[in-house]
Design a protein around this ligand. Sequence first.
Ligand SMILES: [Ca+2]
Length: 124
Amino acid sequence: MFAFKPVAFATALLGLVHAAPAVTERQDIILLTLCTDANLGGSCLDYQGTPGVCGNVVGEFDNSISSLVAGTESRPCIFYNNPNCDRSGGSVTLGGRQDALPAGFDNSISSIECLACLIPEGCP
Ligand SMILES: [Ca+2]
């Protein structure tokens, strides 16, 4: 209980100068597991996704991902065939465990952008 007091105090101070919005966008790090074979096999990479920030897949994992775990259905990530989250090469939104990737994305993903939590109350 003691640890929460400073946080509550800071929130109260902020409330004096800035009314809290009805919906607060969560900016938590999303942990992903990216694997080179189906069913989370082969080599796997632990990847930290920041909502709204594009990240390129580098090294042996570029154009090699065949299965993954990406957040949840309510907090998914967008996967792109091209680097720099360029949509022209195709993109797919996935949340949760994917033992195989949709047609056109196996061994093809080169960049990732995760989304903020889609539930106003927050995601588990
Ligand atoms: Ca692969």
